[in-house]
Design a protein around this ligand. Structure first.
Ligand SMILES: [Zn+2]
Length: 104
């Protein structure tokens, strides 16, 4: 798996105290479906909060064209309902992710 391209991707969050942008640093993959890191409020002078953050894959929205047999995730409720004809397509399951320069 080390031949896969590695990008310095960071999850953007907001500080739960002051609402300013919080950067995720020092993240590490604990499993293929779970990652932990440290969130740091970027309002350093007036807040300075830090906290532990975790990211977990919970469901599939679009199945992989190259599925890993070791990975088993349920189909998201939204997609399941949509495939049953009840819901029109909406951008319901978007997370704010960004690619953000240097890493860790
Ligand atoms: Zn803050």
């Amino acid at each position: 798996m080390s031949d896969l391209p590695q990008k310095n991707t960071k999850l953007r969050l907001t500080c739960p105290h002051c609402g300013y942008y919080a950067r995720v640093r020092h993240s590490r993959e604990l499993s293929k479906l779970y990652r932990e890191g440290i969130a740091e409020c970027q309002n350093i002078a007036e807040c300075g909060w830090r906290g532990r953050v975790s990211v977990a894959y919970e469901a599939e929205i679009t199945p992989s064209a190259q599925p890993n047999p070791e990975i088993s995730l349920p189909l998201s409720d939204y997609i399941r309902k949509r495939s049953q004809g009840g819901i029109e397509h909406k951008a319901e399951e978007q997370l704010e992710l960004s690619i953000d320069g240097a890493s860790q």
